[in-house]
Design a protein around this ligand. Structure first.
Ligand code: NDP
Length: 448
């Protein structure tokens, strides 16, 4: 419940202005609930219109992306780039290619990105972009033509000191490569720092591929230690099977846990012996096949239709790493009833508000994605650092920096939670710690 009058007024304005943006409104409301304690203490923010400016993107670009398929048929998709907040650094945030992409989704992601990037301690503002293009079932040539068309418009809005995109759902190394190639051709310069997630032969960083998933586990491990627990011997569900889920699962095993279930958007696999990641990586990375293939090839494993059903699998720790709102209240209640003690978000906003309330209300450990998955963008920042100094660090160096960043994010969240009188509340801590730095910078820079 938000009691602060100023926040309630701004929230009502946002709802009235953008009634058709449910994901964005959900993200704003969740953040506001955490912020009221600090907004209460800063009456000067209202006069400066700080919160009104915080919820309104600095710039939004929407554009036509025409492309021709292998049969010569023309398609038109819609491209987006939301440059949300540049108070602490150039806009930074991924590009998502998925049919569900619309302005609401990109705005919610961009809004969350402001706080996430602030938490990394690196100088990065918040932005996000993408398209409603569906890469599934497309040939490499079609993907290339789409990426080239997308970049033919996007290039004029980005740059290492302005806005630096990266990957997200549906955008991996292949797509980043095609987009970087087109950018380089148009501007006739090798601006390595303009996009991150690049291949290793042309400016990418070692450990970037693993960073988001590993970072989630490093952060979760700190939370577990703080609560006198560990991954050792725990049965873990990692939903999704994309970039984030794959490397999250790998690190869970390295930390002594056992991942017993994973999913894609059609269904989930359950393997009581622990998911064999060699098989899973081959299915997803080399064959780009459905996750159901795993159950055909691994004895003792089973496949169940319906991705949301994954939460019926008994586990100790649930790590949703697929997409927004993938765990609803019903799913959360199953996880709780089965005796889990923690839900650690890996994806962006994977729990609905009802699910968050259920999980927190039942006393489970809970971490928000904006803190736990910040290792991805942090390592993108490290990729840009390497591009700037024209050097590349070893896997171990990057991994160590990532680990330290995740520890410092945990410490920042913990400190903010203690200052707000709720020690260990990671949701409150992440929102407050992320916001305070941005607020201070925005106040210092005047009404812009
Ligand atoms: P990918 O495209 O690599 O993978 C997404 C995976 O999630 C796919 O396996 C997809 O299945 C599956 N999926 C989608 N919707 C659902 C659903 N409702 N239930 C179960 N599975 C589903 O994306 P990423 O791994 O990169 O991103 C995952 C999440 O992490 C997103 O929220 C993203 O914003 C966030 N994130 C990603 C970062 C990164 O570095 N990549 C950084 C920070 C956050 P299918 O193949 O069937 O579509």
């Amino acid at each position: 419940m938000i009691t602060n009058e100023y926040l309630n007024r701004v929230l009502a304005d946002v709802k009235q202005r953008d009634p058709n943006q449910p994901e964005f409104l959900q993200a704003v409301e969740e953040v506001f609930e955490s912020l009221q304690l600090v907004v209460d203490k800063h009456p000067e923010w209202e006069k400066a219109g700080l919160i009104e400016r915080f919820v309104e993107p600095e710039r939004m670009v929407m554009f036509r992306v025409p492309w021709v398929d292998d049969n010569g048929v023309t398609h038109v998709n819609r491209g987006y780039r939301v440059q949300f907040n540049s108070a602490i650094g150039p806009y930074k945030g991924g590009l998502r290619f998925h049919p569900s992409v619309n302005l609401s989704v990109i705005k919610f992601l961009g809004f969350e990105q402001i706080l996430k990037n602030s938490l990394t301690t690196l100088p990065m503002g918040g932005g996000k972009g993408g398209s409603d293009f569906d890469p599934k079932g497309k040939s490499d040539a079609e993907i290339m033509r789409f990426c080239q068309s997308f970049m033919t418009e996007l290039y004029r809005h980005i740059g290492q000191f302005t806005d630096t995109p990266a990957g997200d759902i549906g955008v991996g190394a292949r797509e980043v490569g095609y987009m970087f190639g087109q950018y380089k051709k148009i501007v006739d310069r090798f601006d390595g720092g303009v996009i991150t997630g690049k291949g290793l032969t042309y400016g990418g960083s070692l450990a970037r591929t693993e960073a988001t998933g590993y970072g989630i586990c490093y952060f979760s491990d700190e939370v577990l230690k703080y609560n006198g627990k560990s991954f050792e011997g725990q049965d873990v569900i990692v939903s999704g099977s994309g970039n984030v889920a794959q490397y999250c699962a790998q690190k869970v095993f390295q930390l002594g846990g056992k991942v017993i279930a994973m999913s894609d958007s059609k269904g989930y696999i359950y393997d009581p012996n622990g998911i064999n990641l060699d098989v899973l990586f081959d299915i997803k990375q080399n064959r780009r096949a459905r996750i159901s293939v795993y159950a055909d090839e691994v004895a003792g494993a089973k496949y169940v239709e319906g991705c949301a059903n994954i939460w019926e699998v008994p586990c100790n720790i649930a790590m949703p790493c697929a997409s927004q709102n993938e765990m609803d209240e019903e799913g959360a209640k199953k996880v709780i009833a089965n005796g889990a003690f923690a839900v650690f978000e890996g994806a962006n906003m994977p729990l609905t508000p009802g699910a968050i309330n259920a999980v927190r209300g039942a006393g489970l450990l809970y971490t928000p994605g904006k803190a736990s998955n910040a290792g991805g963008v942090a390592t993108s920042g490290l990729e840009m650092s390497q591009n700037s100094i024209r050097m590349s660090w070893s896997f171990e160096e990057v991994d160590e920096k990532l680990h330290n960043i995740m520890k410092s994010i945990f410490q920042a969240c913990l400190k903010a939670s203690i200052e707000c009188g709720h020690p260990g509340d990671m949701m409150l801590g992440a929102n407050v710690a992320g916001f305070l730095k941005v607020a201070e910078a925005m106040m210092a820079q005047g009404v812009v």
